[in-house]
Design a protein around this ligand. Sequence first.
Ligand code: GDG
Length: 472
Amino acid sequence: MAKLIIVSNRLPVKLQEKDEELSYKPSEGGLATGLGSIYKEGDNLWIGWPGLVVTEDKKQEQITTDLNQENMHPVFLTETEIKEFYEGFSNETLWPTFHYFSQYAVYDQQLWETYVAVNQKYCDAVVAQAGPEDTIWVHDYQLLLLPSMLREKLPDSTIGFFQHIPFPSYEVFRLLPWRKELLEGMLGSDLVGFHTYDDMRHFLSSVNRLVGYGSMHGWIHTPSRSLLVDSFPMGIDYEKYSGTAALEEVKKRERIYRSNLNAEKIILSIDRLDYSKGIAQRLEAFELFLERYPEFHRKVTLLMLVVPSRDAVEKYKELKEEVDEMVGRINGKYSHISWNPIQYFYRSYPLETLSAFYRMADVGLVTPMRDGMNLVCKEFVASKLDQKGVLILSEMAGASKELSDAILINPNDINQMVDSIYHALVMPEEEQMQHMRNMQESLQRYNIHHWVSMFMDRLSYVKIKQLSLATS
Ligand code: GDG
C-alpha cells in the first residue's frame, strides 16, 4: 500500500545524550502536532536529522532502531555538514536572502557544495525507504533541491513541497549565485506551497524570469510535466492552546506571575532570537513610548521572552549582544525600586508557562521585519479565553493577511508602533472583545488540521489533473 513520507531538516523529536544515556523528547512545534496523527499511522514515516551529531556506528544503529519504532527514520549529519549545510548555506545564505536581509547573506561555493551533498544525502535516505507509488512531503528551505533529486529517482511518486519562510521578490532572489539551481530543485514537486499569495506570486515570477516557464492560475507546464503552485496559510492546534489556557495549573501560574510583576498592564513579546523578528526595533519603540507617555511609568511592563537560537552563527551572536545592551540601557534609565519596564528572559519555557504569559498579557506585541507566517500571534489569540487583550501585528508577517482585526503596523515606522502601543493600552474592553472574537473564529476554523488536509487534498487533485493533462 502507498504510504506518506514526511521529510524535514529536523525530526519531530529532541534527541539528547547525558552520561552515555540517550533520551527522546517529542518536539512541541506546530508542524509536529499537525502531522503527528498522520505520520504515526500505518507505514507512514518521518525522515530527518535527530538533532545530535552521532558518529559511532553502534550508536547510530541503536538510534535508528529506537526511532523506527516511532515511525521516524534518522539522517545522520556530521559536524562539518551541520556547519556548512545548516548554519552555513541554510542560515547564512538562504535565511537572510529570503527574509530580505541580503546584506547579511554569505555567498560561498563550499557552503553551496555541502548544501547539494546534504540534500543528496536526504534523497538517498528517502529513496531507501520509498516505493514508486508513495507520497513524499518535503518541508522548508533547507531542502530546496530535494524535490528534483527525488523526481529523478522516483519519477512516478507524488511530491509536495511546503516552504515555511517567505519567498522574496525576484529582485532579491536573483542576487543568489545559485538561483536557477534552487528553482529547478523546487520544480521537481507536483505541488509547491507557501503561506501567502504574495510568496507564491514572487516564486512564479522568479520561475518565469530565471527558468523561462510562465504560469496560468498557478499551473506551470514544463516540457516534461505540469505542477501547481498555491498558498496554504498554516494554522495552529487551536484546541491545544485554548485547552492549556483553561487548565487550573495555568491559571494558578498566571496569578503568581501577575502579583510578582507589579504592573497594571503587561505587554508580551515572544520570539526566537532572530534579526528577522524585529526585536531591537521593538525595544526602540518601547523606549520611545516610555519617553512620550510618562504616565505609564510604573504601570506598564514589557515581558520579553527571547528563545536562544542559532547561537553558532555570527549575526545571531551580535544580535544577542545588541538586545542585552538595549534592555540594560532602558531598564537602567527607567527602572524604579519596585518596577522594571522590561522583564527579559533569554531561555525557553514549558508550554504551561508560555500559556500563563499569553493569558496574562494585555497586549501581544508581534512586530517582525519579515516572517513567513508567525504562530506566536495566533497562539496568543487562542489563549485569550475571556477575549480581553489586543494584538499588535506587523504587516510583514504572513499572519497579518488573516488577522485583520489586529492593530497592523509597519515595523519600520517607529512612530506608528509607539501610537499603537498607546491605543492598545487604552482600547475599551468592548472593542477588544469584538476584535478578539473575530480572530478566534477564524483561527478555530482554519487550524493546523485544516491546513494539512488542504495541502494533501490539493496534492491528490494535482495527480488526477496531471493524468487528464497528459491524455488531452
Ligand atoms: C518558522 C517561520 C512560520 C517559542 N518560545 C517558546 C516556544 N515557542 C514556540 C511558539 C511557536 C514557535 O515556537 C515559534 O513559531 P513562529 O511561527 O513564531 O516562528 P519560527 O520559529 O521562526 O517558525 C514562521 C513557522 O515556521 C511555521 O511555518 O510561522 O514564519 O519563521 O509555536 O509557541 N515554545 C515553548 N517554549 C518557549 O519558550 N514550549
